[in-house]
Design a protein around this ligand. Structure first.
Ligand code: ADP
Ligand code: PAZ
Length: 403
C-alpha cells in the first residue's frame, strides 16, 4: 500500500459513532481484499475503494458480533460490488490491450482475525462463495494496525493529562523517532497487554477480564440506555461521588502521610452499601453509576498498565480498543488488511503537518471526543489538497480488484 499523503478524511459523518475514512491519495493500484476482526463484542471491517480519478480511501465499519449475519451480509455486498468492478475492468482491458498485457485477475480475499475468525470460519466460507477466507493472528494484526496508525497517520494518537492547561495533546512523531519499545493495552471485551520491542517482536505480558465487555454488560444492567453511545453519554453527565466512597468520606481530609488526596476514590461503589439496608429502586442515579463504573474499569486498566510498564521498564504505553486512538477498535482489522498489501513506504514524514496545532483549550474530558471531531485533520501539502478536492467531489468510488 502506498501511504504517501495518507490522512484522516474531514468529510462530514452521517452519525457520531461512525469512524472516519482514511484518504490514500497515492494508492492507485487495485486492492482486492477486505479485512474483518470479529471480537467478543464487535466485528470491525476495513475495506478500500478506489477513486475513478486517482488514489482511494480506507473505510471502517462495525457491527455487534451478536449480529454477525448482518456483518457477513455487508461483506457479501462489498464482494458483489468488487466483482462487478472486476468485470467492467476486464471488459475495458479486452477492448484496449493485447492479450499478453492483460492483468491476471485472482479471487477476492477476506482476511479474518479475532476470535470470531475461528468461531465463524465455516459460516464465512459458506456465506461468501468465491471468496478466499484467510485467518490471521489477532495480536499480530493489532500491532501491525497500531504501527500503521502511529507511523503513517497524522493526529491519530493523543495523550491526556488533566494537570496541563491543554490536557489533550496529539502525539508528534517524526520519521527519526524510535517507536519501540512500547506496551499496547488493547481494551476489547477483555484486556490484553502486549510488550512490543520491534516490528515483528512482541509478547503478551498481562491481561485482565475487567474490560470493555464488563463495562458494556454492567452498564446494560444498571441503566436503561439502549446503546453503548447512550451509556457513555450518561457517564459524562453523572457524578461518581454519589456512589463512590472517597478518601475524604473515610478520613474527613487528605491522608497526607500516604499521599492520598481526599478526592481520591477509596472504594468504587463504596457508598451503595448500607448495613441492613438494600438500595431502593431509583436511590442512585443511572448517570452517577455509569460514571463510577467507567472510572472503575478504566482506573483498574490504567493501574495494571502502569505496573507492567514499571516492571518492564517501558516509557511508552498505547491504549487501543475504545477510548484513546481515533480509529480505536479498528487496529486488528486494519492490521489484517495490511497483511495482504504491506506498506511500501517505511515511515510517514509528517512534514506537511508540523506547523499545525489543533485547538485543544478546555479542561473538560468530554472535550476530547469533541475536539477530535471538530478538528480539521485533513492536513496536506498544497499539491495534495488540489488532488484531494477533486476526490471529495467524486462519489463514483468503486471497490477494486486484484491485479
Ligand atoms: N458502539 C459500540 N457498541 C458496543 N460496544 C462498544 C461500542 N463502542 C465501543 N464499545 C466498547 O468497546 C468494547 C469492544 O471493543 P473491541 O475492541 O471492539 O473488542 P472486541 O474485539 O472484543 O469486540 C465493548 O465491549 C464496549 O465496551
Ligand atoms: C481473550 C482475548 C484475547 C480476546 O480478545 P477480545 O475479543 O476481548 O479483544 C481478551 O479478551 C483477553 O485477553 N482477555 C483477558 C484474559 C486474561 O488475561 O485474564
Amino acid at each position: 500500500m502506498n501511504m504517501i499523503g495518507a490522512s484522516v478524511s474531514e468529510a462530514s459523518l452521517d452519525a457520531a459513532h461512525e469512524t472516519r475514512d482514511i484518504v490514500l491519495p497515492n494508492q492507485n493500484e487495485h486492492v482486492a481484499q477486505i479485512a474483518v476482526d470479529i471480537g467478543g463484542s464487535l466485528a470491525k471491517i476495513v475495506y478500500f475503494t478506489s477513486s475513478t480519478v486517482h488514489g482511494g480511501r480506507l473505510h471502517f465499519k462495525k457491527f455487534e458480533t451478536e449480529k454477525i449475519d448482518q456483518c457477513i451480509e455487508f461483506i457479501s455486498e462489498l464482494v458483489k460490488d468488487a466483482q462487478q468492478g472486476q468485470r467492467r475492468r476486464r471488459l475495458s482491458e479486452q477492448l484496449q490491450q493485447p492479450l499478453q498485457q492483460r492483468h491476471h485477475h485472482s479471487m477476492m480475499v477476506l482476511k479474518a482475525t479475532g476470535g470470531g475468525a475461528h468461531l465463524y470460519y465455516d459460516k464465512l466460507k459458506s456465506k461468501l462463495p468465491g471468496v478466499q477466507v484467510q485467518k490471521e493472528d489477532e495480536m499480530d494484526c493489532l500491532i501491525t494496525g497500531l504501527n500503521f496508525f502511529i507511523s503513517e497517520i497524522p493526529y491519530e494518537a493523543f495523550t491526556y493529562d488533566e494537570q496541563e492547561i491543554n490536557p489533550m495533546q496529539f502525539e508528534k512523531m517524526n520519521a527519526k523517532d524510535e517507536i519501540y519499545p512500547y506496551i499496547l493495552v488493547n481494551i476489547g471485551s477483555g484486556v490484553s497487554l502486549l510488550k512490543v520491542t520491534g516490528p515483528d517482536e512482541f509478547s503478551r505480558i498481562s491481561g485482565t477480564s475487567l474490560g470493555g465487555g464488563t463495562l458494556w454488560g454492567l452498564l446494560s444492567i444498571l441503566t436503561k440506555a439502549s446503546s453503548f453511545d447512550e451509556m457513555l453519554e450518561m457517564s459524562v453527565k453523572g457524578d461518581n461521588r454519589n456512589v463512590d466512597l472517597l478518601v475524604g468520606d473515610i478520613y474527613g481530609a487528605d491522608y497526607t502521610k500516604l499521599g492520598l488526596k481526599s478526592t481520591r476514590i477509596a472504594s468504587s461503589f463504596g457508598k451503595v452499601f448500607k448495613k441492613g439496608q438494600h438500595p431502593t429502586q431509583g436511590q442512585f442515579q443511572e448517570t452517577d453509576m455509569a460514571k463510577s463504573l467507567l472510572y472503575m474499569v478504566s482506573n483498574n486498566i490504567g493501574q495494571i498498565a502502569y505496573l507492567n510498564a514499571e516492571q518492564h521498564n517501558i516509557k511508552r504505553i498505547y491504549f487501543g480498543g475504545s477510548l484513546f486512538l481515533r480509529h480505536e477498535g479498528h487496529l486488528g482489522a486494519t492490521g489484517a488488511f495490511l497483511k495482504y498489501h504491506p506498506i511500501r513506504k517505511a515511515r510517514h514524514s509528517f512534514s506537511f503537518s508540523e506547523n499545525f496545532q489543533p485547538d485543544i483549550t478546555s479542561n473538560s474530558p468530554s472535550r476530547v471526543y469533541g475536539v477530535l471531531e471538530e478538528t480539521n485533520v485533513e492536513l496536506k501539502s498544497p499539491e495534495d489538497l488540489d488532488v484531494d478536492n477533486n476526490d471529495e467531489n467524486d462519489d463514483s468510488d468503486e471497490m477494486m480488484e486484484n491485479e
